[in-house]
Design a protein around this ligand. Sequence first.
Ligand SMILES: NC(=O)c1ccc[n+]([C@@H]2O[C@H](COP(=O)([O-])OP(=O)(O)OC[C@H]3O[C@@H](n4cnc5c(N)ncnc54)[C@H](OP(=O)(O)O)[C@@H]3O)[C@@H](O)[C@H]2O)c1
Length: 352
Amino acid sequence: MSGFKVAILGATGAVGREMMRVLEERDFPVDELVPLASARSEGEKLEFGDGEVTVHEVSAKAFAGCDLALFSAGAQVSRQWAPVAAAQGVYVIDNSSAFRGEPDIPLVVPEVNPETVPLAEKRRIIANPNCSTIQMVVALKPLHDAATLRRIVVSTYQAVSGKGQKGIDELEKQISDLMNCRESTNSAFVHRIAFNVIPHIDDFADDGSGYTKEEMKMVNETRRIMSIPDLPVSATCVRIPLFFGHSEAVNAAFEKPLSPDEARTLLKRAPGIKVLDDPANNIYPMPMLASGDTAVHVGRIRTDRSQKNGLDMFICADNLRKGAALNAVQIAELLVEKGMVRGCGDGCGCRH
Ligand SMILES: NC(=O)c1ccc[n+]([C@@H]2O[C@H](COP(=O)([O-])OP(=O)(O)OC[C@H]3O[C@@H](n4cnc5c(N)ncnc54)[C@H](OP(=O)(O)O)[C@@H]3O)[C@@H](O)[C@H]2O)c1
């Protein structure tokens, strides 16, 4: 097997740049990288490997000969361009919410439901779940396999990079403005985020439920990825003034009893997880530790004394990595492992 021709749509964004770093770190066999973005970025140079690659505006012909395309340019862009790329035989791994609810498009977290990847053979699109959902299901899957989940209540503490580069820029500028006694303004977030906490991520759902769309993504995507269609899940998603790393306080109820020690043992054995749980020595997950790491960090595991078979825990992960870029590259690796993409070495995308 030789390498692949890989397009990244959204290459200039927070997730797109991380995708390039993750491809390099994991030695994913890239023969040619095709960085794509909007017309605003035409001609921009990005570092990749030992050299530079030039960004081009997305177009149908930009996907010619590609084996894989990693999309991270928002749902509208994905809806427009994923079918165009897929029609040329390219496997699209999409980070947006555009296709996550479509039954014939798999929604994949490699540690949890890798067996669903072949479902992508028909439409050649695979959806990458929401960042907060990914880290939660990675941690809950081994516990569910042992004790069967009955209900989840989750509160999130989400970094501004979840809103992309504009979220990072806005927090940086607001901190600087406020520290220099200047008025601060906001546009990426509906309120000032610096020195504040906003219990509102994405729009409020149109159904009058009071939940936001981000919260409903956690409900619906968790049910789908874990294959528990009627699992009761209640989420509160909160934006905090931190640049990188999402955290979650998770309360989970199970059919069978599961002690904190048993949970720690199961989590230590599970792929993609680091257990940090030694409160006596002040060791527990924090976004400061998870940011830049590939693993989902789990700790503060304790029995929920208010209900039968309940556990509480705290989960942190790097939202740009496991929450987006790393998960997408792991899906690409699965496609290769399963022989669904096979580079032929000349970058023609023919999948011999
Ligand atoms: N940030 C996270 O933690 C996270 C996690 C999971 C999933 N996601 C999803 O990943 C996607 C990107 O997020 P991000 O955080 O990387 O956002 P971002 O930093 O704002 O980057 C957006 C990227 O999309 C490109 N783009 C925007 N409009 C375009 C258009 N009309 N045509 C072509 N390219 C266009 C931008 O190109 P220009 O530079 O040319 O404007 C940029 O490369 C979103 O769907 C988001 O929901 C993000």
